[in-house]
Write a protein that binds this ligand. Sequence first.
Ligand code: HEM
Ligand code: HEM
Length: 276
Amino acid sequence: MAMENFKQFLFALTAAVTVGFVSIIFVLRWVFYFKEGLAWDGGLAEFNWHPVLIVTGFIFMQGIAIIVYRLPWTWKCSKLMMKFIHAGLNMLAFIFAAISLVAVFDFHNSQNIPNMYSLHSWVGLAAVILYSLQLVLGVCIYLVPITPTYLRAAFMPLHIYSGLFIFTSVIATALMGITEKLIFGLKNPSYKDSPPEATFVNVLGVLIVIFGGIILWIATRPSWKRPSEQVLRSPPTNGGGSVGIKVSQQTDPIDPKGNGDARRRSGKLEDSGQVN
Ligand code: HEM
Ligand code: HEM
């Protein structure tokens, strides 16, 4: 199954992965070179787990989980396997986010700093709670085999919207957190005097915005969407462009005999959200 504008896709994917990796290197350099490193001791080194786990897990891993269905070389894999990869990566991202919250709450409690006073903490905690809801609903609706097809189709636009909304909120929360930490942490010279740490970490914030922007671009191109199982299973046609990779023997609920016009129907399926 050939992908439209494959070269553009490859360029966007390479850019996202590169910017994502560089962001991880930046956050590690921040905590090890400019800050106190990592430890679990109730002090500043424990706080540092918070940005490290957020950038690696909640931002990078979640971003990759969101676009994993769109990788064309996975289109020959079964949809079920891709669901496990999508759900598994999101689950891992959630675990990273949860540990990062434990680190910051534990740090606050051992230093007698109040909890949940900032806009950053309000939006951040709301994003983590919505993310856990998205995970539970995703598993119940798309992995539990007894969920009826109409429910899967009806829920898909909401699943996609809320996934992208949460991801965007996480990026916004990270920017607020970075700004707070620079304002609190930099004294003599302070943030407004642009010491090297401030400039370096501002660049980290810009990288995170670029990463988010590319992931949202990839995830919203209609022509890069994983084709419906029916299109992937349709036999090769003369000049039709479809290679017809056989990926699943399931009966399609919309065209059980498999004799419809696959491409036309897949367009309709995509409008209502793919459900299998
Ligand atoms: C505190 C969530 C990213 C810096 C907090 C708190 C939460 C939270 C819930 C409150 C802890 C408490 O009240 O005890 C998140 C989420 C993030 C995120 C969901 C995902 C994007 C970041 C990043 C930084 C950061 C990237 C950069 C260093 C801070 C700071 C505090 C804090 C300085 C302490 C001050 C405060 O409570 O606002 N975060 N955070 N956060 N976070 Fe984050
Ligand atoms: C698609 C986000 C958890 C099943 C999507 C899309 C997003 C997304 C943004 C659109 C991708 C695209 O158009 O290519 C999330 C987030 C999750 C999550 C943020 C975790 C918090 C789950 C879980 C399942 C699941 C646990 C269970 C298997 C699906 C399915 C699709 C999808 C079946 C449709 C893919 C397609 O047909 O192209 N998800 N998701 N999601 N997600 Fe999730």
